[in-house]
Write a protein that binds this ligand. Sequence first.
Ligand SMILES: Cc1cc2nc3c(=O)[nH]c(=O)nc-3n(C[C@H](O)[C@H](O)[C@H](O)COP(=O)(O)O)c2cc1C
Length: 208
Amino acid sequence: MIIEPSDLPGRQAYRLLVDCVVPRPIAWVTTMDEQGRVNLAPFSFFQAVGADPPSIIVSIGRHRDGEFKDTGVNALATGELVVNVVTDELAEAMNTTAGEHAFGVDEMKLAGLTTSPSRVVAPPRVAESPVSLECRVSQRVPIGRDGGENQYLVLVCEVVAFHVRDDIYDDGRIDPRLLHPLGRLGGNAYSHPGEIFEMERPPSSRPH
Ligand SMILES: Cc1cc2nc3c(=O)[nH]c(=O)nc-3n(C[C@H](O)[C@H](O)[C@H](O)COP(=O)(O)O)c2cc1C
């Protein structure tokens, strides 16, 4: 079967895309508005995209009323956000924070989570998360028709501080067997990491 997105009605292309690109990591993003109110929400349009400076992207959609989601509004206003890693144990709390709440509602409280201060940026991190990345927005890339309901805003962000819980950290690395990161599949499906194995890469034959 071959499907062209222009033949698909409504959100069908989005649904197909998120079934294809799996499993996706989940950025659990803390931001602050200009009055210092904390906001927390999950984003699986999330990836690592650069090394020096270490960089990530998060892609923010719009609410049904056409406004960018609160995370996007806050990150654009302040230029700062914290990406917290979602583990198996935090799945339900993460889901609670995905509810569509009025601007200014503190999803941390709703989910029974605790904040912990960041070092470089103003938004706090989620204390229960074993890994948090303090970030500054470095580029904004609009995706889709300007002002359209399906328009996304990709925020390219520089990581300015890594927080890693001591027990999962060894000699500059994080043990994937101790992290238990939750993966997002299509629809409402999620995945655990399953069996973890290692493979050596083929030797390089490029001249250098
Ligand atoms: C696992 C998961 C991943 C999500 N990924 C995204 C995403 O990548 N982009 C997006 O715009 N919304 C995503 N959402 C929906 C937002 O989390 C949801 O709209 C949330 O209410 C936005 O909150 P905010 O307005 O406080 O920023 C996701 C939801 C879940 C549960």
